[in-house]
Design a binder for this molecule. Structure first.
Ligand code: NDP
Ligand code: GDR
Length: 372
């Protein structure tokens, strides 16, 4: 039985990858951080009691800032494959916490690679690094492919640039099977609440149910190539099953704006929106409402406003990936369209908002967290 170790197992991708590898028959080990509240919601459904026989999903406490603990876990598990998905992954937050972001995202990658090497696992353990389209930043070529030059635009992207190159370096210097997946944005109902897609689907679902009144957004003109996390974790695994390690761009090859994602999400709730005004004065106004999903909304309501606090000190305006290499060499094609994904996310957030609204109607006024 193959063994995999996943850093960031409690995150969006970590949870889908753990499910995927369990289905493939792997023994899956994940590193979770100690937190004052439970932070395992995304993997609770696959949790296995350590007191049962044949446990195939095992969680270890650990942190990418602590090499002694990474070394101990690697020594204990002796994994065939390591997926380094753990990161301070929020671009805007990286401007607030640049040093921590570098420690986790850049140095954390080095700590893992070095631990593999020092333990003598460099010929046994295959390594996947969660690299990112943010490396392209101020884009030098469109669409972006494996050979496109990088121009990172945030402390997050600069940290990930180090991680990208240290992964290449360990491959070239020590013959490790180590590779980078340069993944474009990928989302799902499990996406963190403060990334733009989930902020939109959750915010509009809450507004539809009367739990919030307005969604405050940053740059509506940003263009992204969005895919579904389920499709993208499959590719993470495929990259570690080749004869030779290589880096791959993973993308859909289609881009849309944040404004379009807002329109689709509203439409899924039966709300037709019109964008009015320009720049910081731009708003989205309700034109009409149909169906049962949005009882709290009426024509003329302003449901989206721009708030400059969500602008970034340096923005990545446009990203569009070219997944040709992934298609031709690995036969990878995304199966879920961005519109299908958006509908799935809205429906899940709507169910949650309805439950919340029901509690509220019965006097249980649980506050809605709108921090973003
Ligand atoms: P999430 O933010 O959902 O998950 C990040 C994970 O990293 C969480 O499990 C988090 O733990 C963990 N983590 C954070 N800090 C540390 C630390 N100091 N030590 C150990 N673990 C830590 O990200 P995604 O699942 O969306 O992304 C997975 C990876 O892919 C990340 O590296 C991200 O940068 C990268 N990426 C993501 C893309 C996307 O569109 N989703 C695109 C390209 C790259 P906790 O749950 O406790 O917070
Ligand atoms: P990104 O994702 O920065 O691309 O990083 P995010 O969803 O945060 O932003 C995408 C674009 O939307 C614009 N935007 C807003 N973003 C947020 N979060 N909140 C807003 O209110 C808002 N309004 C507009 C942003 O300015 C940006 O242009 C994600 C992360 O998952 C990274 O870890 C990963 O590496 C990259 O995707 C690929």
């Amino acid at each position: 039985m193959k063994k995999a170790l996943i850093t960031g197992v409690t995150g969006q991708d970590g949870s889908y990858l753990a499910e995927f590898l369990l289905e493939k028959g792997y023994e899956v080990h994940g590193i979770k951080r100690r937190a004052s509240l439970f932070n395992t919601q995304r993997v609770d459904h696959i949790y296995q009691d350590p007191h049962t026989d044949n446990q195939r999903f095992v969680l270890h406490y650990g942190d990418l800032t602590d090499s002694s603990n990474l070394t101990r876990i690697l020594q204990e598990v002796q994994p065939d494959e390591v997926y380094n998905l753990g990161a301070q992954s929020h671009v805007a937050v990286s401007f607030e916490s640049p040093e921590y972001t570098a420690d986790v995202d850049a140095m954390g990658t080095l700590r893992l690679l070095e631990a593999i090497r020092l333990l003598g696992l460099e010929k046994k353990t295959r390594f996947y690094q969660a690299s990112t389209s943010e490396l392209y930043g101020l884009v030098q070529e469109t669409p972006q492919k494996e050979t496109t030059p990088f121009y990172p635009r945030s402390p997050y992207a600069v940290a990930k640039l180090y991680a990208y190159w240290i992964t290449v370096n360990y491959r070239e210097a020590y013959g490790m099977y180590a590779c980078n997946g340069v993944l474009f944005n990928h989302e799902s109902p499990r996406r963190g609440e403060t990334f733009v897609t989930r902020k939109i689907t959750r915010g509009l679902a809450n507004i539809a149910q009367g739990l919030e009144s307005c969604l405050y957004m940053g740059n509506l003109d940003a263009l992204r190539d969005w895919g579904h996390a389920k499709d993208y974790v499959r590719m993470q695994w495929m990259m570690l099953q080749q004869d030779q390690p290589e880096d791959f761009v993973v993308a859909t090859g289609v881009q849309y704006s944040v404004r379009e994602f807002i329109q689709w999400s509203a439409a899924e709730l039966g709300i037709e929106l019109r964008f009015e005004g320009e720049g910081v004065d731009e708003t989205a106004v309700v034109v009409s409402v149909s169906g049962e999903s949005a009882p709290a909304v009426k024509p003329g309501d302003v449901v989206v406003k721009v708030d400059p606090r969500y602008f970034r000190p340096a923005e990545v305006e446009t990203l569009l990936g070219d997944p040709t290499k992934a298609k031709e060499k690995l036969g990878w094609v995304p199966e879920i369209t961005v519109q299908e994904m958006c509908a799935e996310m809205v429906q899940e957030d709507l169910q949650a908002a309805k439950r919340h609204a029901l509690l509220k109607a019965h006097g249980h006024d649980v506050p809605v967290s709108v921090e973003n």
